[in-house]
Design a binder for this molecule. Structure first.
Ligand code: UDP
Length: 380
C-alpha cells in the first residue's frame, strides 16, 4: 500500500517504521523544518548543550516493549528526574515527599507520622474529588496546595484549578519517604544523542521518505491508499467547528556557566510570571559542555500561528471535540493519531505504545480485509 503519514513526531515515525518493515511504501510529511515534533532536540552552538527546543522531555515508561523499542535504536543513559521548587522564599524537593513535608512544616516526621499528619491536613469532607483543587485539598490539604500547586496550575493552565480535572494532579505522586524521583516508572533515561537523532533512526528505512516544510492538502492526501494524520484534528477540518483550546509555551533564554544547579526548578508563586526554569546541560550529565543555557517557561493561550502544547479539554472543548470526532468518522481513508490527532495530554511513552498498537491493528485489519477506523484509540 501507498501510505501517507502527516507529522514526523513519535506517532508518525513509529507507525511509518512498523508499516515500512511490512513492505508498505510510506511517505512522511511534516509542516515544520525538522522531525521529532515537540520532542525535537538540537545542540546549541554557543554552549554545546543539547537543547530540548520545546521544553524538557524525560523518557519514562512502565512498558518493557516501549523501552525495548526505543533502546533498539539508541542507547539510553539512565536519568532520574529530580525537580526542585522555589516557593515563598525557600527551595523544596518535588514531587511532595518526606523531605518536602518535613522542611515545609519544620518537622522531623518519619513516614508513618507524616502520613497521619498529612491525612489530618487533608479535607476529609471531600469524598469524590470533582476537580484539581478538590483532589489537592483532599490529599495534601490547604497549605501544601496553596504553596506548591495553586499558583503553578493557574499559570500553567490559565484557569482556576476548580475548573480543571482531578486527573492532572494525579500525574504527580506524593511520597512518604525521601524518594524524590519525579516518576514511578521502572524504565527511565535519556537518549544519548538526543530525541531528534532517535526519531531520524526510526525513520531510516528504504520504504520511508521524509519531506519537511510540507503542507499537505486534503485532496492530495486522499490520493494515497491510507493516511495517518497526527496533526491537530481541528486543523484537518479547517476549524469548521471552531478552534480546540491549547496552551502554548514561550521560552526566555538565560546564559551562564552554571545557572541554577539542577535541571528543573519550578516556581509556583503566583507573583513569578513563569512556571519553571529548565537548565538543559543537566539533562545530559554525561556530556561536557563549554557553558550553560536555561529557559524560563511562560505558559499562555495558544493562538493562531502558535505551536500547540497542552490540550485543555474542558467541557466546551469536549463538546467541540465530539463534533470533530463525528466528522473524522465520516472520512474514508484517514486515521487520526497521537496527541494532536486525538487531542489528548500524552506522554512520549504512551504515544509510542499507541503508535505500536495502531500499526499492529492496522496490519491485522488489512489482512482480514476489515475497514480501517478513524481512531485506533478513542479520544474521549
Ligand atoms: N503542578 C503543580 N506544581 C508543580 C508541578 C506541577 O501544580 O510544581 C501541576 C500543574 O497543574 C501541572 C500538573 O501538576 O500542569 C502536571 O505536572 P507535570 O510536571 O506532569 O507537567 P508537565 O511536565 O507535563 O508539564
Amino acid at each position: 500500500m501507498n501510505i501517507l503519514i502527516i507529522g514526523a513526531g513519535f506517532s508518525g515515525a513509529v507507525i511509518a517504521r512498523l508499516l515500512a518493515e511490512k513492505g508498505h511504501v510510506v511517505a512522511v510529511k511534516d509542516s515544520r523544518n525538522h522531525i521529532a515534533g515537540n520532542c525535537h532536540s538540537e545542540r546549541d552552538a554557543e554552549s554545546g548543550v543539547m537543547v530540548h527546543k520545546y521544553g524538557p522531555h524525560i523518557f519514562h515508561t512502565n512498558e518493557k516493549k516501549v523501552w525495548d523499542f526505543v533502546t533498539s535504536y539508541m542507547e539510553f543513559i539512565p536519568y532520574i528526574n529530580r525537580v526542585k521548587s522555589t516557593a515563598k522564599g525557600a527551595v523544596y524537593s518535588m514531587p511532595i515527599n518526606l523531605h518536602t513535608i518535613n522542611q515545609f512544616f519544620g518537622k522531623t516526621f518519619n513516614p508513618e507520622e507524616a502520613k497521619q499528619f498529612i491525612t489530618k491536613q487533608g479535607d476529609n469532607s471531600i469524598t469524590e474529588p470533582a476537580n484539581f483543587e478538590e483532589q489537592a485539598l483532599k490529599f495534601v490539604g490547604k497549605d501544601i496546595y496553596e504553596t506548591f500547586f495553586k499558583g503553578y496550575t493557574e499559570k500553567q493552565w490559565g484557569l482556576d484549578p476548580t475548573q480543571l480535572p482531578a486527573s492532572i494532579l494525579k500525574r504527580l505522586p506524593i511520597r512518604f519517604n525521601y524518594d524524590d524521583n519525579y516518576f514511578n516508572h521502572p524504565y527511565q533515561g535519556m537518549p544519548k544523542e538526543g530525541y531528534t537523532v532517535l526519531v531520524e533512526r526510526i525513520l531510516q528505512h528504504d520504504n520511508i521518505t521524509v519531506e519537511l516544510n510540507a503542507k499537505v492538502l486534503r485532496n492530495d492526501a486522499l490520493q494515497f491508499d491510507h493516511v495517518f494524520y497526527s496533526g491537530p484534528i481541528d486543523e484537518w477540518f479547517g476549524y469548521s467547528e471552531g478552534r480546540l483550546g491549547y496552551r502554548t509555551l514561550d521560552f526566555e533564554e538565560i546564559r551562564g556557566d552554571d545557572i541554577q544547579g539542577c535541571a528543573v526548578m519550578n516556581y509556583p508563586d503566583s507573583e513569578v510570571p513563569f512556571t519553571r526554569i529548565a537548565e538543559h546541560k543537566y539533562f545530559a550529565p554525561w556530556e561536557q559542555t563549554k557553558s550553560s543555557i536555561a529557559f524560563k517557561e511562560y505558559s499562555r493561550a495558544c493562538e493562531e500561528g502558535d505551536i500547540p502544547y497542552y490540550p485543555i479539554r474542558l467541557v466546551n472543548e469536549q463538546e467541540m471535540l465530539k463534533k470533530y470526532i463525528n466528522l473524522a468518522r465520516q472520512e474514508q481513508k484517514v486515521s487520526f493519531v497521537g496527541r494532536l490527532g486525538t487531542y489528548r495530554y500524552l506522554d512520549m511513552d504512551v504515544t509510542i505504545l499507541e503508535a505500536m498498537n495502531t500499526a499492529k491493528e492496522f496490519l491485522a485489519k488489512l489482512e482480514k480485509n476489515e475497514p480501517i477506523p478513524a481512531f485506533f484509540v478513542e479520544p474521549i
